[in-house]
Design a protein around this ligand. Structure first.
Ligand code: BG6
Length: 378
């Protein structure tokens, strides 16, 4: 049952199980594992020409959409095996990727109106005329607002259905973008025969259970609110993760700083040891994502070093063994999940942490100072 929502941000965080369901219904046939009535369980509605000879993917985006793109990059490379590069849209016209044939350029923007992202697309459109029509980059827009300016600038559009998001800090629009990236990566992986039918079955069953798992995390909101109360006066936060959750560390830090104005930075946990670790002392709180999977042991080894500097350590993880638990001062539990899909869950407690810290600091969480939902000027 939903608690009473004092703010749009909290309401929108709680809408995420429904948003995930809507995205899955739009693009996936989840009965496919039992009842193979179609050739593929994925129906993105893109024409065959979209896929022809696709050799490379370039992505441009800003802010939270950029973090979704970094998770998307991981899926596109690791699942579909397609070399994928991501760049800040604001940097792209001055530092474009070399123009390559048979490239898909994806512009990701929740609002479909961000000037930097539209500008990057215009740049790409202009220079692609140098290539012969058959191998020109295709332009794809991924957006939560299908009737936005973005639609007029791209060849194809993928809609991430999340309905209107009022809170300036993106929450449900981010999760919707992740689901769309995931289905695109699955689609490309199937077409390129990168997935066995057993692995595809497992991944489909896992994705189907995501709404229920998000609800389980939301059911523990009181514990996150309690932790937020203890952290309300903390002045420095570091968010750490490795692998596919690294972009979620960046997103956790962005969520916290844009709503609460507290200094927060996200790092890849291994890279953090190469210099930034020097800032740690008892005053700093480290929030670490440590999900079981291929990077788990390496993450724990990194966190041992963090702990030895005296920083308070909060873990976002599945229930852990006692040795790992001894390392953490607090633990925010995540249900068991395939590591590949874990970013869709690990971001939820980070959204709630940012929300409650901001509310306990007496700030307007839905309208952070000096921010708008999207920047329509460069
Ligand atoms: C910024 C917003 O201006 O635009 C961020 O403050 C947002 O919250 C970013 O992530 C990108 O917006 P969009 O609409 O392009 O995804």
């Amino acid at each position: 049952r939903h608690p009473e929502f004092r703010h749009f941000m909290l309401k929108e965080i709680y809408e995420q199980p429904d948003v995930v369901r809507a995205c899955l219904e739009k693009y996936l046939n989840l009965d496919w594992t039992q009842n193979r009535t179609s050739e593929s369980p994925i129906h993105l509605g893109l024409p065959a020409s979209f896929y022809n000879g696709l050799a490379e993917i370039h992505i441009v985006a800003c802010g939270t959409s950029l973090h979704a793109s970094l998770v998307g990059q991981y899926w596109l490379e690791q699942l579909a095996g397609i070399p994928t590069r991501v760049r800040y849209a604001s940097e792209f016209p001055d530092h474009p990727f070399p123009l390559t044939p048979n490239t898909l350029t994806i512009a990701v923007t929740q609002s479909g109106e961000t000037a930097d992202t539209l500008k990057a697309l215009t740049f790409e459109q202009q220079r692609r005329s140098q290539l012969t029509p058959a191998c020109r980059p295709r332009l794809l827009g991924l957006t939560n607002q299908p009737n936005s300016t973005l639609q007029q600038r791209v060849d194809h559009i993928l809609h991430a259905p999340s309905e209107q998001e009022v809170g300036v800090a993106a929450t449900k629009s981010f999760v919707a973008q992740l689901i769309v990236f995931y289905t695109l990566a699955l689609d490309l992986a199937c077409r390129r025969q990168m997935l066995s039918s057993d692995r595809l079955d497992i991944l489909l069953r896992e994705v189907e259970r995501l709404p229920e798992k998000i609800s389980q995390i939301l059911a523990a909101t009181d514990a996150i609110a309690q932790l937020a109360k203890e952290l309300v006066d903390t002045q420095d936060f570091i968010f750490l993760a490795r692998g596919i959750n690294y972009p979620i560390a960046l997103e956790g830090a962005l969520k916290l700083k844009e709503t609460s104005y507290i200094h927060a930075e996200g790092y890849a946990a291994g890279e953090f040891l190469h210099g930034p670790i020097a800032i740690l002392d008892e005053q700093v709180t480290v929030v670490a994502i440590a999900m079981p999977g291929q990077v788990y042991d390496k993450t724990l080894a990194n966190l041992q070093k963090v702990k030895s500097r005296g920083a308070r350590l909060i873990a976002i993880t599945t229930p852990v063994n006692s040795e790992a638990a001894a390392l953490f001062d607090s633990l925010l539990p995540i249900p068991d999940v395939d590591e590949l899909l874990s970013p869709i869950l690990t971001v939820i407690p980070l959204q709630l942490l940012a929300y409650y810290i901001t509310v306990y600091r007496g700030l307007d969480v839905d309208r952070p100072r000096g921010l708008t939902k999207s920047l329509s000027a460069e």
